[in-house]
Design a protein around this ligand. Structure first.
Ligand code: DX5
Ligand code: ZN
Length: 221
């Protein structure tokens, strides 16, 4: 099992002062920055692109930037994000014609690669590619918006993917995204997640350090 990572989703941050928000959340004990890229095509929302990622790096952010691409087709934006300072890049297999090729593209650019499974995407999509991955990201909401409720069937899926990762013997992270809060994170960790995205639960609170600490304590308990 990997170390616990808390990755706040900046989708719920105040974009008018993004640099400050990211500094504050990292100072509060967060480990990564989760960067949600939506194209108003693969998902019904439009967010931020490589320029914003690059701006965070220029601002001085050194923490890993975890780029979650909800973009179709996905391949042509990947080199721009690698250049902009992404540390890991995850994509939805539905948005790639050649999943194995997309994984190799991400890795060839020096980034860690991950595949994202929507709530209704079967775990079999990981067959034949799992061992090439640095991370599997399970969506516990339908992608497109922050602030939605955790879909309970994600727990069963976490257990199924955890089994596959353990059987592979590889150091592959299992990340969960959507509706994660201090109140449900222990149960999510028990089902096998080690990397936790949280947007509204963190940026919706006044004291980021308090929420991050409550999340980490709940996972460790
Ligand atoms: C949804 C995004 C999530 C989202 C999570 O498509 O991938 O990262 O921001 O937000 P919360 O934690 O509020 O569910
Ligand atoms: Zn996300």
């Amino acid at each position: 099992m990997q170390s616990t990572v808390i990755a706040p989703s900046i989708l719920s941050a105040n974009f008018a002062k993004l640099g400050e928000e990211v500094d504050n959340v990292l100072r509060a004990g967060a480990d990564w920055v989760h960067f949600d890229v939506m194209d108003n095509h693969y998902v019904p929302n439009l967010t931020i692109g490589p320029l914003v990622c690059e701006a965070l790096r220029k601002h001085g952010v050194t923490a890993p930037i975890d780029v979650h691409l909800m973009v179709e087709p996905v391949d042509r934006i990947i080199p721009d994000f690698a250049k902009a300072g992404a540390s890991m890049i995850t994509f939805h297999p539905e948005a790639s014609r050649h999943v194995h090729r997309t994984i190799q593209l991400i890795k060839s650019l020096g980034c860690q690669a991950g595949v994202v499974l929507n709530p209704a995407t079967p775990v079999e999509v990981l067959d034949y590619v799992l061992e090439d991955l640095d991370m599997v990201l399970l969506m516990s909401v339908n992608p497109g918006f922050g602030g939605q409720g955790f879909i309970p069937s994600a727990l069963q899926k976490l257990r199924a993917v955890r089994e596959r990762i353990d059987a592979s013997g590889k150091a592959i992270r299992l990340e969960i995204d959507g509706g994660v809060k201090p109140e449900n994170i222990a149960e999510i960790a028990a089902a096998g997640a080690d990397t936790f995205v949280a947007g509204s639960a963190i940026f919706g609170q006044a004291d980021y350090a308090d929420v991050v600490k409550r999340m980490k304590d709940a996972v460790a308990a």
